[in-house]
Write a protein that binds this ligand. Structure first.
Ligand SMILES: [Zn+2]
Length: 247
């Protein structure tokens, strides 16, 4: 029985390690996709800057077209002023030409602002393009590392799984089943030593009889509160020594 309990603890140690390895393996694709998302965000920033720049240039062009049309109208009005003999109609034409000149000046200022904005956007897009190129290169390197890490982790997981299963195979069916059930509920925390008279896992104090049974090391005892296997501290320590000797 003592040997079975020791194996149970060793299986738990391997399980604990497996949980860590599995978490790391699961985390790699997440990290990879997060980095991919960062690159995509930078690419979106470039698209945004390019779109804004095109809009600014097109608006500036519209304004310049309006200015040109107004200039033609102003030239016509100026001609009218020179040619007319009617003072009041000359005044009306002068007034209109004046207003058009003011509006054109405003539109030219606006167009100039838009051209400056387009230049700023172009510079920003160029700067982000450089960053994207670097980020893409980083991502590719990271992807290669992740693939190597994942392959290493897979191998380790397979080896730990085989060792754990070999240990579990020596135990009876009910113990194996219970091991699996607790492992699902509290991954990597299936066996725990007795600490004083309490469960080392959940801290529940055992009734004296149960503590005696655990210390006797002749039965597979389970904590009535957290359902973990409860072993004597000696078994726990012995299993640890054997594990570190074998690994
Ligand atoms: Zn417990």
């Amino acid at each position: 029985m003592e040997q079975s309990l020791t194996r149970l603890v060793q299986a738990q140690r391997l399980e604990e390690r497996l949980v860590v390895l599995q978490r790391r393996a699961d985390g790699l694709p997440v990290e990879l996709s997060e980095r991919g998302a960062q690159v995509s965000a930078l690419e979106a920033e470039i698209d945004q800057a390019d779109a804004e720049r095109r809009a600014a240039l097109s608006k500036a062009q519209d304004l310049e077209n309006e200015v040109r049309t107004r200039e033609q109208r102003v030239a016509k009005l100026e001609k009218q002023v020179l040619e007319t003999r009617d003072a009041s109609s000359a005044k009306v034409a002068e007034h209109e030409a004046g207003e058009l000149r003011v509006r054109s000046a405003e539109a030219q200022d606006q167009a100039l602002g838009l051209l400056e904005r387009a230049e700023t956007l172009q510079a920003r897009a160029a700067e982000v393009r450089v960053r994207v190129a670097a980020a893409r290169e980083d991502l590719e390197q990271f992807r290669a590392t992740v693939e190597a890490d994942a392959a290493g982790l897979r191998e380790e997981i397979e080896s730990y799984t085989a060792r754990r299963d070999a240990l579990l195979a020596t135990l009876d069916g009910a113990t194996r089943d219970h091991f699996a059930v607790v492992g699902k509920r509290t991954p990597g925390k299936i066996v725990t030593p007795l600490k004083g008279d309490s469960c080392g896992g959940c801290g529940t104090r055992m009734v004296p009889n149960d503590a005696v049974r655990v210390r006797a090391k002749n039965a597979c005892f389970r904590c009535p509160s957290c359902a973990r296997f409860l072993v004597s501290p000696e078994i726990w320590a012995a299993a640890e020594q054997e594990s570190s000797a074998s690994s």
